[in-house]
Design a protein around this ligand. Sequence first.
Ligand SMILES: Cc1cc2nc3c(=O)[nH]c(=O)nc-3n(C[C@H](O)[C@H](O)[C@H](O)COP(=O)(O)OP(=O)(O)OC[C@H]3O[C@@H](n4cnc5c(N)ncnc54)[C@H](O)[C@@H]3O)c2cc1C
Ligand code: SF4
Length: 493
Amino acid sequence: MDENHPDGYLKHPREPIGKRAPRERIGDYREIYAPSWREEHLREQGERCMDCGVPACMGGCPIGNLIPDWNDLVYRDRWREALDRLHATNNFPEFTGYTCPAPCEPACTLAYNADAVAIKSLERAIVDRGWERGWIRPEPPARRTGKQVAVVGSGPAGLACAQQLNRAGHAVTVFERDEALGGLMTLGIPDFKFAKHQVERRLEQLHGEGIAFRTGVEVGRDLALAALRGRYDAVCLATGAQRHRDVAIPGRELAGIHFGMAYLTAENRRQAGREGAVIDARGKRVVVLGGGDTGADCVATAHRQGAADVAQISVRDQPPLERPADNPWPWQPRTFEQTYALEEGGRALYALDVTACVDENGDGAVDALTAERVRWSLDERGRRVDKTVLEADIRLPADLVLIAIGFAGTEADALAEAGVGLSERGVLAADATLMTELDGVFACGDARRGASLVVWAIGEGRDAARHIDRYLMGESRLPASLQTLTPPTDDDR
Ligand SMILES: Cc1cc2nc3c(=O)[nH]c(=O)nc-3n(C[C@H](O)[C@H](O)[C@H](O)COP(=O)(O)OP(=O)(O)OC[C@H]3O[C@@H](n4cnc5c(N)ncnc54)[C@H](O)[C@@H]3O)c2cc1C
Ligand code: SF4
């Protein structure tokens, strides 16, 4: 192998770790991705990285993963060092290596006029190997500071924050209202996108490092925020942004209409063998409202449950196949991409505005939706302002309607009553150090930035830990993420 590899991309085509065939994977709840990969294949993919002077890929990654470093280390067969470089910026690389939409890849310099390095596949392969070889173990701190921190919420933001704070020597307790830990990694994202044993083994590591967990405790209801503030030196709110956005249309109250999140959570609980009512799509005509990721996960779950027919409706136009002129490299492309869910079947319907849910046989349950085909006029920021109706009274048969049109902020009524301010977007307001209006109470992840991505949650959890550490100790050696609100200063070194 060459010492340097500036021309690796000329020798090897881009070839990410693939997915299982749609026909095969639709019959089970196992991960859609190929379960294994060949070492030589991944080393060739690492060789494709040019190690260009300005790693634009790192600018595309919200946590600034040291991508060229570990690409090169994989190429050189130095997997253990690659894992260390990966963990330097990311507590849970398998969370992202399996679920991240990889905004780093369109920012890769190769993507300017060729195929990007398969960065996400390399990330996954490194961390897969780390687990296989037993390299990932608890890393408890050498000494304790005597400070106590409560983290509220056990999603990726809360867990990353907890691990960082614990490694800085603080005693950390994580409070979680659900019976299971992991936030949306456990109860939102379906098993076939992220297998739950992957959360379990990280939790084992966190337990082994000395972090305490208390499930079934809703802060603000079962335990007052004031009580937490009295008992702990600092509190971090990582409560997510799971307040549903609803549709206000006639017939919304009919039976057979559910929030997509309720549907997915119920199926996740069933897959985990927990008790609870399941919303079953078997034999039904399913319509999913919302063209995003949650909608896609509903489509894929409905197929696995044996739905008769699945349609996913988006109010927006189908995105273009080519980048528009105002959307050049290295910005995230606003182009059409087939989702894994629709690869498996079902129909995507665009530019449809649903006007009513209809009970045609008078039994109190939905039988159909009515909709209009529309064209939108957009403002300069791409927001929909006005519509022209191109076709009215479109009828779509539906026995099960799943609403997945996004989230309207964090479920913070009790926290707001306790004095935590909310922004106009309905999320927890915090300053540049991620501290809320209450002294010593910090916020991070979806709870602060609104419904987002796993990678942002991990990055904000790490940043919050660093700010809390500084709040408690006056200084911090914990690293900040690349895209933190407050980049490291000389004071931190
Ligand atoms: C269906 C679905 C699929 C997704 N797929 C992807 C994907 O493929 N890739 C990707 O990058 N992102 C995906 N996301 C987004 C991603 O899951 C979130 O951005 C991420 O989980 C946010 O992490 P978090 O820790 O901020 O919040 P969450 O994961 O929401 O965790 C918050 C936790 O706080 C707990 N909590 C809330 N209030 C309280 C309280 N008062 N007391 C105690 N506990 C409380 C909640 O029960 C929850 O466990 C998806 C989201 C959904 C809904
Ligand atoms: S976390 Fe996401 S954006 Fe960052 S390197 Fe991994 S796949 Fe790319």
